[in-house]
Design a protein around this ligand. Structure first.
Ligand code: TXA
Ligand code: MG
Length: 339
């Protein structure tokens, strides 16, 4: 299959492919998604094949307006509407009880479904034109860092999907925040583009799923099935160094070997410390939004350079920092050094 690269004025073409049961790479404000008609089980099953995704890992349905929620979900709590009003369109996915119209293959047999209304205007235009909810996981091969440009998605999906609509670089850079509203208090399953502090503004109490901060043990079942899998991983092993920025920068400097085959992902302030090594700047120490935007790009750049080991500085967990720490920790298989 020849994967076509579509430009922003080919929304209609992207929508036609989806309507006809094909697969299209769609830009969203978080990361690129691998979209199919969410009501067409055959089309959705091809997503799992193209990504090499385990069948027990459910997909999110993307809608263009909050008013579509009632078509696919039942027992929608009042608070869901409040959250939609404040955060949609935007990087928040709500887990709600599904209606029977949602195919089993989308939810991996669960009685709940993840719903999201993305902020990217081209993404919403595709959904509107296709007139169906679009089921879409992140557009990477399973286990790899998520794609934040059309080019990154093509690197993983060339020859496996019909098309990718190039909507530019993703503005958020990490995936949506996933919030389970079927339990009380609501539970954060994955930190992402809407910071936890902002959810607490609306909801008061929000529980944190343990899978966010530590590796699941054998037999443990995270509420977001995807959180149990190795994820976001570049080819080389990653060591995350946590602590005061100057201390973590020093620790990395002390532990780099002479081989030159190592890479460093660091805050901009320390980039000049590591000459002779491949350096990817994550953003300024306090700019966790920039860090989120650059993280997956940095991990992919390390792969392209073929480094044998990656060291990464890590922000603290406030604001967008929680999502950055979570993705880095998972990329490192929770190989974390505290200094
Ligand atoms: O920003 C995003 O959310 C991107 C863009 C494309 O929208 N999508 C994305 O999808 O990150 P994916 O499939 O890569 O990650 C979705 C996560 C997985 O960990 C999955 O297990 C979890 O959401 N999930 C989906 N439906 C769920 C459900 N009903 N209950 C619990 N977790 C669910
Ligand atoms: Mg993903």
């Amino acid at each position: 299959m020849n994967t076509q690269m579509l430009n922003p004025n080919e929304i209609q073409k992207a929508a036609e492919i989806i309507k006809n049961g094909g697969l299209v790479g769609i830009p969203t404000e978080t990361v690129y998604g691998l979209g199919a008609d969410g009501l067409n089980p055959g089309a959705v099953s091809h997503i799992f094949l193209a990504k090499g995704r385990p069948q027990d890992n459910p997909l999110i349905l993307h809608i263009s307006e909050a008013s579509w929620l009632g078509q696919y979900c039942q027992d929608i709590p009042e608070v869901a509407w409040q959250l939609a009003k404040r955060f949609w369109p935007g990087p928040l996915t709500m887990i709600l009880r599904r209606k029977p119209i949602v195919p089993d293959v989308v939810t991996a047999g669960l009685e709940t479904v993840g719903m999201r209304c993305p902020a990217h205007s081209m993404c919403r235009a595709i959904i509107e034109a296709a007139e169906v909810p679009i089921a879409a996981p992140s557009g990477n091969t399973s286990g790899r860092p998520s794609p934040t440009t059309a080019r990154h998605m093509l690197d993983d999906m060339e020859g496996k999907i019909d098309a990718i609509l190039d909507g530019g670089s993703c503005q958020v850079g990490v995936e949506s925040t996933i919030l389970d509203l079927t339990c009380d208090p609501p539970r954060l399953l994955r930190p992402g583009g809407v910071p936890l502090e902002e959810l607490r503004d609306v909801l008061g109490d929000v529980a944190l799923d343990p899978a966010i901060t530590r590796q699941m043990e054998a037999g443990e079942k995270p509420r977001a099935p995807g959180m149990k899998y190795r994820h976001y991983a570049p080819k080389a092993p990653v060591t995350v160094v946590k602590g005061m920025p100057v201390r973590s920068a020093e620790y990395i400097l002390e532990h780099l070997t002479d081989s030159g085959w190592e890479g460093v992902i660091c805050f901009n302030e320390f980039a000049h410390w590591y000459s002779g090594y491949l350096v990817e700047r994550l953003g300024g120490v306090v700019d966790t939004w920039e860090q989120a935007r650059r993280l997956f790009r940095a991990l992919r750049a390390m792969d392209e350079a073929g480094v044998k080991h990656i060291w990464a500085q890590c922000p603290d967990e406030s604001g967008m920092g929680l999502a950055v720490v979570n993705r880095l920790s998972k990329a490192a298989g929770f190989h974390i050094v505290e200094v």
